[in-house]
Design a protein around this ligand. Structure first.
Ligand SMILES: *Cc1c(COP(=O)(O)O)cnc(C)c1O
Length: 380
C-alpha cells in the first residue's frame, strides 16, 4: 500500500509518509513475538550508525527521552543550568526540567531561527553545565568555534536534532560531528518509527550509560542466557524502543533517499513560488545541506496580519500552522523568563506552510496562490 498522491496533501501541515513495506515489516515483528527491545531494535541501531557514519547509536522511546537521557548521561542534574533557545518545541525544555536542571533561555537569529555560536557564548555563566542547540527546520548548528571554551569549562553539548535527521554539517551527517546528538522518530519527523528516538553518543561510556538508563538501570551480563539473575545498577527509566517501532524505522531508513530528495525539492519549489512576495520571507534552512523538516514563512507585518492570514488559509483548506509559541513566555517556565527581543518578534511572524513528502508541486502552487490571494485581500 503505497501512499497515493491525490493532490490534497496541502490540507495537512505535516504527516507521516508510508513507503509501503512498513505493513509487512510490522506484521513480521508481531509474528516474531519479540515486541519490546530485541534483535530488530539492535539491527535498527546498527543501520542508523552505518547511515550516519558513526560507531554507535542508541535507540530510545522518543526524541524527548533521547534528550533527557543524553543530559543525564552528561551528568546534568538538580541546580544545573542548560543554555537552550526559547524558540523550540517545549519537549526540549521539559527534557531539561526532567533532570532537575533549569533552562537558560537564549535568542535566535531571525533569518534561520537557530542559535549562533556568539549567542551561546554570551549566555554562559558559572552554573552552565550544558548547551542544547536546536537544529530548527533541519539546519545544522555549528558550535566548533566554541569547542575549546566549552571543553575547558566542562560544558556538554547535547544537540536537539529532532528536525535534522539526514542533514549535513559540512561533509558529515548531523550526528557525526562529535557532539551527543538526539533524533526524534515521531510521526511527522524526517524519519519515523511511529514513535521513537535515538541518541548518538560521544563515547563508549556515554553509550553504556544511556543503555542502562533506558532499561530501568538493569544491566545483564553476556551470560544472561544461562544466568537467570540481573543487577539494577543505577537510576533508570523504561525508555527502550520497541521492536514493533524499530521495524517501521528500518523500512523508513531503507527508503530515506526518496524522502530526502522530496523534502529538498519541495522546499526549493516553495522558495521559487514565494520569491518576490512582498512582506514574506522564508526561514532559511540551508537547503543544499539540510533535509528540510518544515517550510516556515515570516509575515513581516506581525501577529495581527499573520493570524488573519492563518485563519483565511485554514478556511481555504490549507494546513498552515504556527511553530512554536516561545517557551520563555509559557507559564510552566515562568521562573526563567527573560526578555528575548528577536524571539518575541519572530514568534508573531512565523507561519508554517504545509510540508511533508506526499505534497506535490501542484499542492505547493495551490498553497502559494492562496497565500498571494490572502495577502491581497487581508487588511494589514
Ligand atoms: C519532535 C521534537 C522533539 C521531541 O521528540 P518526540 O519524539 O516527539 O519526543 C524535541 N524537540 C523538537 C525540536 C522536536 O520537534
Amino acid at each position: 500500500m503505497t501512499q497515493s498522491l491525490t493532490g490534497t496533501g496541502a490540507a495537512h501541515n505535516a504527516r507521516p509518509y508510508l513507503h509501503g513495506p512498513e505493513q509487512d515489516a510490522l506484521c513480521e515483528a508481531l509474528a516474531s513475538g519479540q515486541w519490546a527491545h530485541g534483535p530488530v531494535t539492535e539491527r535498527f541501531e546498527q543501520e542508523l550508525a552505518t547511515f550516519l557514519g558513526v560507531p554507535d547509536v542508541v535507540a530510545v522511546a522518543s526524541g524527548t527521552t533521547a534528550l533527557h537521557l543524553g543530559l543525564l548521561a552528561a551528568g546534568i542534574g538538580e541546580g544545573d543550568e542548560v543554555v537552550v533557545p526559547s524558540f523550540t518545541f517545549c519537549a526540549s525544555i521539559q527534557a531539561i526540567r526532567a533532570t532537575g536542571a533549569h533552562p537558560r533561555f537564549i535568542d535566535v537569529d531571525p533569518a534561520t531561527l537557530c542559535v549562533t555560536a556568539q549567542q551561546v557564548a554570551d549566555a554562559l555563566t558559572p552554573r552552565t553545565r550544558a548547551v542544547m542547540p536546536v537544529l530548527f527546520g533541519g539546519r545544522a548548528v555549528d558550535l566548533t568555534v566554541l569547542r575549546g571554551a566549552l571543553d575547558e569549562r566542562g560544558i556538554a553539548v547535547v544537540e536537539d536534532a529532532a528536525h535534522a535527521f539526514g542533514s549535513y554539517q559540512g561533509l558529515r551527517r548531523v550526528g557525526a560531528t562529535g557532539d551527543a546528538t538526539c533524533f526524534s522518530f515521531d510521526p511527522i519527523k524526517n524519519l519515523t518509527c511511529g514513535e521513537g528516538g535515538a541518541l548518538v553518543p560521544c563515547t563508549k561510556a556515554e553509550a553504556q550509560a544511556v543503555r542502562r538508563l533506558r532499561t530501568l538501570g538493569i544491566t545483564r551480563p553476556e551470560s544472561a542466557r544461562t544466568d537467570p539473575s540481573y543487577q539494577v545498577e543505577s537510576f533508570g527509566l523504561r525508555a527502550h524502543l520497541p521492536s514493533l517501532h524499530a521495524a517501521i524505522g528500518r523500512v523508513q531508513l531503507r527508503h530515506f533517499a526518496t524522502v530526502e530528495n522530496a523534502r529538498r525539492s519541495l522546499w526549493r519549489a516553495y522558495r521559487t513560488e514565494l520569491s518576490g512576495l512582498d512582506g514574506v520571507v522564508l526561514v532559511d534552512v540551508d537547503v543544499d545541506h539540510a533535509v528540510p523538516f518544515n517550510c516556515v514563512a515570516r509575515i513581516l507585518d506581525g501577529p495581527e496580519r499573520r493570524d488573519r492570514l492563518f485563519r483565511t488559509l485554514r478556511e481555504a483548506g490549507i494546513g498552515v500552522g504556527v511553530h512554536y509559541p516561545p517557551n520563555h513566555l509559557q507559564p510552566a517556565f515562568a521562573p526563567w523568563r527573560c526578555p528575548l527581543p528577536a524571539t518575541e518578534q519572530v514568534a508573531g511572524q512565523v507561519l508554517s506552510l504545509p510540508f511533508h513528502p506526499a505534497l506535490t508541486e501542484e499542492d505547493i502552487h495551490r498553497t502559494a496562490s492562496a497565500l498571494r490571494h490572502a495577502l491581497r485581500t487581508c487588511p494589514t
